[in-house]
Design a protein. Structure first.
Length: 141
């Protein structure tokens, strides 16, 4: 199915992809300990393993979103799902009062951050054309 996006969507898709690649690399390197603060204590996995695996997923999603244009709709959906799946970590960080990155050092800052996650979900779906493709498919059925 042909699903063109605007130049604005393309710019925002590439920006999001670069952000994801950067975040993934930071998971694996210089922010590795900071990201462990976002892994909920109730998750029955090693926190470092979760950070490493999520970093790899972020890099893969970012590269796919930027470079695999024939699958950008699917990558937009996958990235939106990823943002939803990691949201409990952000909630846990707020509830447990864990500092990170030098800016998430108060309950207010951690709380405000929670409202950015839905923005990321919408950004992924909109910039990749996933939302438009889903609506078109729904209307054709």
């Amino acid at each position: 199915m042909e699903n063109k996006t605007t130049i604005t969507q393309k710019i925002f898709r590439i920006l999001l992809a670069v952000f994801m690649i950067y975040a993934g690399v930071s998971h694996l390197t210089f922010n590795r300990i900071e990201f462990q603060a976002q892994v909920p204590d109730w998750l029955p996995l090693n926190k470092d393993l979760v950070v490493i695996l999520s970093g790899i997923v972020e890099i893969a999603l970012g590269l796919g979103l930027a470079l695999w244009t024939k699958k950008r709709i699917q990558f937009g959906c996958a990235l939106a799902v990823f943002f939803i799946l990691i949201f409990p970590g952000n909630i846990a960080q707020y509830l447990e009062g864990k500092d990170a990155f030098g800016v998430l050092n108060s309950d207010g800052a951690r709380f405000r951050r929670l409202f950015f996650q839905p923005v990321l979900v919408v950004w992924a779906l909109w910039s990749a054309g996933s939302w438009k493709a889903w609506r078109a498919k729904k209307n054709n059925n």
